[in-house]
Design a protein around this ligand. Structure first.
Ligand code: FES
Length: 163
């Protein structure tokens, strides 16, 4: 029987994920330069980054799990918990707040029956806060998956959710 210390170093990641991360590493002298890209690769395959995957990715990058966790925590588009199929980021910075973002958030919470940070019961959506998305002249702003939605109203929310 194998002792824990004999476990393969990168257990937790698929061969494909490891290959994709190594392909990125090949472009840089310092493996840690790929840390965000490595996390994105894992998230692309799994939808989020579990502890096991983060530890495995850190091993490939010659980083400690704590170092990679710091990167994951700083970069708010890396999800460390399972999320819905589509993540809706609600901008809670000042311009959006001044122009009605709270009403939009309340409407989203009501329609999805979630609190901020939660996943809808059907697993379709997760609602998360985010800082300024750089489109303040079109506040309030949402990011729905990869798509920026500008000048959002309650009607926009209903349209996004297909209701
Ligand atoms: S404050 Fe919301 S996009 Fe800038």
């Amino acid at each position: 029987m194998k002792e824990p210390s004999e476990k393969p170093k990168f257990e937790g990641l698929s061969t494909e994920e490891i290959q994709e991360i190594n392909a990125e590493i090949a472009h840089y002298e310092d493996k840690s330069a790929v840390s965000i890209e490595a996390l994105k690769i894992v998230q692309k395959h799994r939808g989020w980054v579990s502890d096991d995957c983060l530890i495995a990715a850190a091993g490939i990058l010659d980083m400690s799990p704590a170092q990679l966790e710091a990167v994951a925590t700083f970069y708010n588009l890396i999800y460390r918990q399972p999320v819905g199929k589509t993540v809706i980021h609600y901008c809670n910075s000042v311009t959006c707040w001044m122009l009605g973002a709270e009403k939009v958030r309340e409407h989203l919470c009501r329609e999805l029956n979630v609190k901020l940070g939660e996943m809808s019961e059907d697993g379709a959506y997760t609602l998360l806060p985010i800082v300024c998305l750089g489109a303040c002249d079109h506040a309030p702003v949402l990011m729905v998956g990869d798509e920026l939605r500008l000048d959002v109203t309650e009607d926009t929310v209903s349209e996004i959710l297909g209701r």
